[in-house]
Design a protein around this ligand. Structure first.
Ligand code: SF4
Ligand code: SF4
Length: 297
């Protein structure tokens, strides 16, 4: 079931249809074509859950497929930015490239962004665009800070005599990008099953807040980064995705709400509190929001 309502800037909601026909507020919060583009992007018509949908929490995907929900169209703009980046690139792909093809197998489907000579003229790279935050980028790149001794000691105060340290960046940490890696590896498998050789996988990540101070505090200094993705074994990727597809299908067949998304899937509750479109339809999401309201009262 697609999102059926838009949330206006004043917090009230209105059906997408009504919004597109005539804005009932004092003035439109965005241009009509932008709102139409948001509505079109939300209106999925695919018979099966995609790889990206399966990588979300099963409960979230189940609720998106079975319940009506409302989205704030302004918060969908970054997703549209992603689509715009695809379109810009699509106009410049040449003979040895494929772009935005949807491929399917018996489990799911996925639409890769670019494949072919996108990194060089002599290899076949599978590429994906991401528009993301400096926080996610810092984690995906494996950046972390360590305390380094300065050689000085505190001369006064509670820490008198203790060594002074300063923070230094390291770039060899664990790369938190498993979901991106599974997604690209699944696309790789779909391509290889059709006889296309994939030499490497890469993500071109655009940082949406790179010019803010918070981004430089996270060691993010460029608007775009290329992130190589390692190969994961076909067997593991297929097992993981098919298990998630099975869980979703079982819930749909039995009309049964799946268990709460895992802590990782719900970003340790941050997603439930601010970024999950179906939080109002999820008992766990509602419970968290009520708790916050009680605390604030
Ligand atoms: S244009 Fe914006 S303010 Fe007007 S109904 Fe649509 S979402 Fe609400
Ligand atoms: S509110 Fe949280 S637990 Fe519920 S569907 Fe959304 S992410 Fe999952």
């Amino acid at each position: 079931m697609p999102a059926t309502k838009f949330i206006c800037p004043d917090g009230s909601s209105v059906t997408v249809l009504k919004c597109l026909n005539k804005c009932p507020r004092i003035e439109r919060c965005m241009f009509l074509p932008t709102l139409r583009a948001v509505a079109a992007a939300l209106d999925r018509k695919l018979p099966k859950a995609t790889v990206t949908e399966l990588l979300c929490g099963t409960r979230e995907t189940y609720l998106k497929q079975t319940t009506e929900y409302a989205v704030n169209p302004q918060q969908q703009l970054y997703a549209l930015h992603g689509t715009a980046v695809h379109t810009i690139n699509e106009a410049h792909t040449e003979g040895n490239m494929l772009s935005e093809e949807r491929l399917a197998d018996e489990i799911t489907s996925g639409q890769f962004d670019l494949y072919g000579q996108i990194a060089d003229y002599d290899d076949a790279t599978l590429g994906d665009f991401k528009v993301t935050s400096s926080y996610k980028l810092m984690r995906a790149l494996g950046y972390y800070k360590v305390d380094m001794l300065t050689g000085e000691v505190y001369k006064t105060g509670a820490r008198k005599g203790q060594p002074k340290t300063r923070k230094e960046w390291r770039i060899d940490g664990v790369k938190h990008l498993l979901d991106w890696a599974i997604q690209l590896n699944y696309y790789r498998m779909l391509l290889e099953a059709r006889g296309f050789k994939v030499d490497s996988m890469k993500i071109q990540a655009l940082c949406r807040d790179y010019n803010l101070r918070i981004a430089s505090e996270r060691n993010i200094s460029k608007p775009a980064y290329i992130i190589p993705i390692n190969k994961i074994s076909d067997r593991w990727v297929k097992l993981y995705v098919s298990e998630k597809a099975k869980r979703l299908q079982a819930a749909l067949d039995n009309n049964a709400l799946p268990p709460v998304c895992t802590a990782k899937e719900r970003w340790h509750d941050r997603k439930c509190l601010g970024y999950c479109a179906v939080a109002e339809n999820c008992p766990y999401g509602r419970m968290l929001k009520e708790k916050i309201q009680v605390k604030a009262a």
